[in-house]
Design a protein around this ligand. Structure first.
Ligand code: MN
Length: 389
């Protein structure tokens, strides 16, 4: 069968609402980013002379996609010039009122559905079976429906769902490595998870992730997958190459401000941390951590920086620093606790003076200082908010 080359993508989410970012032009900018990332995929299909394109679900958002986006999609998909094979995902399920059912798609596009799950590309020797969503949630799929691989062909199984994870009560088509492997396909073109998965125990299964990241749980690089399959003695060899398509990148950054005395110092620390980031490309959330006596107003701090950035948010996850000296004189349980902990810390500090390099003493001092802080928090609030939540 020679060499087969194709591009595999998923989870584009055209017209995603970006509700969590509020109103204004931000959402429009990001929806354009998604279209641009998708164009990066289509361009790669052309420059690589790939034989076809697979889209493994969640091409668009059923609830928010608008007609002008579908018209744009019609244009760019017809221009790509090779077969495009799509399965519906849980965000664009094959519903009665879906665009998959009620829209005329370009002639080079095939939607694989329960009534029409199979496509054979005779000239390329490729057989494709697709299993997508017909509702927003679907439990365990019936894999006995899947037809057998076609002999002498390169067989691809397109699937939107969950491989090898939390099976109990999973609403997103949970399957196991063994179940997929038993189908005997040559390539498993998965979709659903927005971060790339190219390390499944099932070695010919890939989940490309979203070409444009959509939230702070989608940090890192985002793109799609170029696959080159070649027949070798007794089987097929796969070359799988990921490529980046994202317009922006998310960063969720922790910044410890313990010891900083003024808002000005915090501002300078944040500015220092922002060095090297690109205000237009990078979408940033800074989580202030540590202990502080300052009262921090998130919105006020954020507004100091927001002007130059497409999106930058500062969140306050600090904990209160305590005034140990006055608490020590307190007659309450808190005072007694502070006096006891201080005397223990003093004892270790004295020992450390005679033995400054002792690692166990250093560690003990660290633990006691933390215990003092956590203990006070527990006494004050009845619970402890851990630093690394
Ligand atoms: Mn998705």
């Amino acid at each position: 069968m020679g060499i087969i080359k194709f591009v595999h993508c998923a989870d584009i989410h055209l017209d995603a609402p970006f509700r969590e970012h509020g109103q204004g032009t931000y959402g429009d900018t990001r929806r354009k980013d998604i279209r641009d990332a998708f164009l990066n995929i289509l361009n790669r299909v052309k420059t690589e002379n790939a034989g076809f394109l697979l889209i493994s679900g969640d091409l668009y958002e059923h609830g928010s996609v608008v007609k002008s986006t579908m018209e744009w999609l019609y244009m760019v998909l017809s221009e790509v010039g090779v077969p495009v094979v799509i399965i519906p995902g849980n965000h664009d399920p094959y519903l009665l009122n879906s665009w998959y059912k009620n829209w005329e798609w370009p002639s080079n596009v095939t939607i694989l559905t329960p009534d029409n799950p199979n496509l054979v590309l005779e000239n390329l020797n490729v057989n494709i079976y697709g299993m997508g969503f017909s509702g927003f949630k679907e439990g365990k799929p019936d894999l006995s429906m899947v037809s057998k691989p076609k002999e002498g062909f390169f067989n691809i199984f397109m699937f939107h769902g969950t491989l090898d994870m939390d099976f109990a009560g999973n609403d997103y088509k949970p399957v196991t490595t063994m179940e997929l492997e038993a189908l005997g396909y040559d390539y498993y073109a998965l979709g659903h998870f927005h971060n790339i998965r190219d390390d499944y125990p099932l070695r010919n299964a890939y989940n490309p992730g979203s070409p444009e990241p959509l939230g702070f749980d989608e940090t890192g690089e985002h793109g799609a997958i170029l696959v080159t399959a070649e027949t070798v003695q007794g089987g097929t060899s796969l070359k799988v190459e990921k490529f980046n398509t994202a317009v922006r990148a998310y960063h969720d950054e922790d910044l410890n401000i313990t010891g900083l005395k003024t808002l000005e110092e915090i501002k300078m620390r944040v500015l220092g941390h922002l060095e090297g980031f690109n205000p237009q490309r990078d979408i940033i959330r800074i989580n202030l951590k540590g202990l502080t006596e300052l009262s921090i107003d998130e919105d006020m701090l954020t507004s100091l920086f927001a002007e130059n950035w497409l999106y930058l948010k500062i969140r306050n996850n600090t904990r209160k620093a305590y005034d140990i000296e006055s608490l020590e004189k307190d007659l309450s349980l808190k005072g007694a606790f502070v006096r006891e902990m201080k005397s223990r810390i003093r004892k270790v500090a004295d020992e450390l003076e005679n033995n400054p390099e002792n690692p166990e003493l250093k560690r003990e001092e660290e633990i006691l200082v933390l215990a003092l802080s956590y203990g006070l928090e527990a006494l004050q609030n009845g619970k402890i908010e851990w630093l690394s939540e």
